[in-house]
Design a protein around this ligand. Structure first.
Ligand SMILES: NC(=O)c1ccc[n+]([C@@H]2O[C@H](COP(=O)([O-])OP(=O)(O)OC[C@H]3O[C@@H](n4cnc5c(N)ncnc54)[C@H](O)[C@@H]3O)[C@@H](O)[C@H]2O)c1
Length: 257
């Protein structure tokens, strides 16, 4: 079953499609964009190894010429230096990219932010499609068109708003689900939890742990404290990977404040 959520932004509106096996429809999704004949997939090395060939095969089956550009995985590589290397590879693609080339961001939030920034700036702006592969990217980073990189002075200090032409969420890809430990995910802001802690505490299940997962430790801890005070019995706040939590606590629901 595929669900489609329309993001209404006037001329910049786009569909977020959520379903099983949607990676196989990437080629058709690119081919459906007017004038698109060439795509460049940008993924970190881990994700390129897991899903790079499936993405290229789908593009090729859709009649779209495709190239894969890899960068080293991890937040520490979400930098202008990495973007520079991606540009080097992008401008060496043959045949040369043009304004109809589509960028495909394949991976977690780091790939999405960085590939989106490349799309926002290469040739003064190319269309792009997001294929998120982590839960955080599914429920948060793939929506809203925020792109960019970190700077030594702080996180996400350099960037641009650039809406994608489509988002394809293949629910087979996040490995967090593959363990069977996480049974749901939702994106809730800290502001929402501050305002409605009692309502969230009443609404969330009390018989399984709730994991608050995000990149901001302070926000996660504040949200956890508010929910605990409001009566939710089991709340954890994590940043980074969730593997240790999986092993220790079994099933739960993940939120990304
Ligand atoms: N643009 C936005 O609106 C927005 C919102 C929230 C977060 N973010 C950004 O997202 C980033 C964090 O995202 P993240 O947690 O997805 O990090 P990430 O992209 O670095 O992915 C985490 C790790 O998981 C690996 N990985 C990705 N998909 C996988 C899969 N299916 N199976 C196995 N391994 C996989 C990656 O290689 C990486 O090593 C931060 O840089 C944050 O700033 C952006």
């Amino acid at each position: 079953m595929t669900r489609t959520v329309r993001v209404e932004l006037g001329k910049q509106s786009y569909d977020v499609r959520i379903g099983d096996g949607l990676m196989g429809e990437l080629g058709a999704a690119v081919a459906a964009l007017p004038g698109a004949r060439q795509a460049v997939v940008i993924a970190d090395a881990v994700v390129a190894g897991l899903y790079g060939s499936a993405a290229l095969a789908s593009l090729s089956a859709g009649g779209v010429g495709a190239t894969l550009i890899e960068f080293p995985a991890g937040e520490s590589h979400k930098t202008l230096a990495t973007v520079g290397h991606i540009f080097d590879a992008l401008f060496a693609v043959a045949p040369a990219i043009d304004r109809d080339t589509i960028i495909v961001a394949l991976g977690g939030g780091v790939s999405g932010d960085m590939a989106g920034f490349v799309a926002a700036t290469a040739l003064r702006g190319l269309r792009w499609i997001q294929c998120p592969t982590t839960l955080l990217a599914d429920v948060d980073a793939s929506v809203g068109g925020k792109t960019g990189v970190d700077h030594p002075a702080g996180k996400n200090l350099i960037g641009a708003f650039h809406q994608p032409s489509a988002v394809l969420i293949d629910v087979r890809t996040p490995d967090e689900y593959a363990t069977g430990h996480l049974i749901g995910a939702l994106n809730v802001s800290l502001a929402d939890i501050r305002e409605n802690a009692a309502a969230w505490a009443a609404r969330l299940p009390h018989d399984i742990p709730i994991v608050l997962y995000g990149t901001d430790t302070t926000a996660g801890h504040e949200a956890a404290a508010l929910l605990l005070t409001a009566g939710l019995p089991s709340v954890f706040s994590l940043t980074g990977g969730i593997t240790g939590w999986d092993a220790a606590f079994g099933q739960g629901i993940l939120y990304a404040p």
